[in-house]
Design a protein around this ligand. Sequence first.
Ligand SMILES: *[C@@H]1O[C@H](CO)[C@@H](O)[C@H](O)[C@H]1NC(C)=O
Ligand SMILES: *[C@@H]1O[C@H](CO)[C@@H](O)[C@H](O)[C@H]1NC(C)=O
Ligand SMILES: *[C@@H]1O[C@H](CO)[C@@H](O)[C@H](O)[C@H]1NC(C)=O
Ligand SMILES: [Zn+2]
Ligand SMILES: [Zn+2]
Length: 429
Amino acid sequence: TRVFLSQSVILWSAMQVHGFVTSYNTNEEWVARAVGDACIRLHLADEQVCRSITELFRDDFIRALQESLLWPSEACGVLVGPSCGKFDIYAPWNITLPKVPKPPVTPPTPPKPGSPQSRILFLTDIHWDQEYEAGSSADCKEPLCCRKDSGFPSWRRREAGYWGTYGKCDLPLRTVKNLLENAALAGPWDWVYWTGDIPAHNIWSQTRNQQLTELKVISRLIHKYLGPDVIVYPAIGNHESTPVNSFPPPFVHGNRSSSWLYSAMAEEWSPWLSVQALKTLRRGGFYTMEIQPGLRVVSLNMNFCSRENFWLMVNSTDPADQLQWLVTVLQASEDKGEKVHIVGHIPPGLCLSSWSWNYYHIINRYESTITGQFFGHTHLDEFQMFYDEPTMTRPLGVAFIAPSVTTYINLNPAQPSCLRLELCWYVVY
Ligand SMILES: *[C@@H]1O[C@H](CO)[C@@H](O)[C@H](O)[C@H]1NC(C)=O
Ligand SMILES: *[C@@H]1O[C@H](CO)[C@@H](O)[C@H](O)[C@H]1NC(C)=O
Ligand SMILES: *[C@@H]1O[C@H](CO)[C@@H](O)[C@H](O)[C@H]1NC(C)=O
Ligand SMILES: [Zn+2]
Ligand SMILES: [Zn+2]
């Protein structure tokens, strides 16, 4: 979900206060301190949270700024918007569609009574908090409460509950287990879409090791509760990495790259995914697989569309060639008469504009092939509509956005399911 402690605001404040905007010849140490000070002075967060978050973001963020060779006013424009400076760093770009003409559209018809159905379980935004503690305070200064460090409330009704709490709180493991246990009982499921955000919202204090532990524990629990015969198709959320939202595209190599994360995912998800899928997962965090004859899934790494992924300041043109790859997959499916479901974490309507525009264009071109789109991230039960580009009056696609498993913030835990295929009968538990 959104970073409540917005990187942009912190950085912008620091630049303003310390005159960074006019003197860009400075070193990392100094900028990091400036950012931390500004965060504290502007009461953006508690002092300790300010210090740890800037420490965590420091290396990657400043490296991205340096590599992007931004002029200061452009940096400010990028971080804050056109009011603050020139804004041409996220330069527009277009994917190339094959010359094959779009097939004539036949309006979809509801399946006949008695048609075969598949039952799909849809999980998203689990956000397990390892440090959740019943009895701790559900109101605290940090961005995430109900933890060992949150203190104890003076008023009993603001205590973290046993299973979870309405508040700025994520979930204890027992609740995740209980949900999976009940999801398994509500089966059998033909397959599962799982659209990411495993770790909690303690984004100021996460380490690579913790993120990997959470990935392993939750992946194995899902495998255990749903059984070895149910295939799960995961997608990568913005919280899987640390710092949050930091997903360097493949042009970044070495220890700063995402390979620490993607290779662990490939290992954990190897019971579910094909060898070819694991290969593209390792490279860019996305993949495609045939679910059954006539139906394919594409799992997108939506962190490559996100304004909050600061690596895209270096180059935001179709990161990892993901959308061009998507076009190739869709064209091959169209040629075979295969239908495609797209799954991802951040809904396409919340992406950088060029990415969003190209995606919309793809949905238009392949409207007869794409029969479902499933996303998460907002934690709310929502959908986004797609219309035909020439008139913008004929609806031709819908992206379902599933509510979260976590209660963050002030929500009920949820877990929808979908009876496929042309029409999604969508049930939220
Ligand atoms: C992308 O395509 C649109 C319309 O097809 C065009 O107006 C625009 O100039 C193109 N942008 C680039 C960067 O090629
Ligand atoms: C790789 O980067 C991580 C996170 O910045 C750091 O903790 C680790 O020590 C680095 N490893 C090497 C070999 O540089
Ligand atoms: C950005 O990436 C695209 C696609 O990978 C590439 O064609 C382009 O040359 C890159 N731009 C810069 C300025 O490096
Ligand atoms: Zn989330
Ligand atoms: Zn998210």
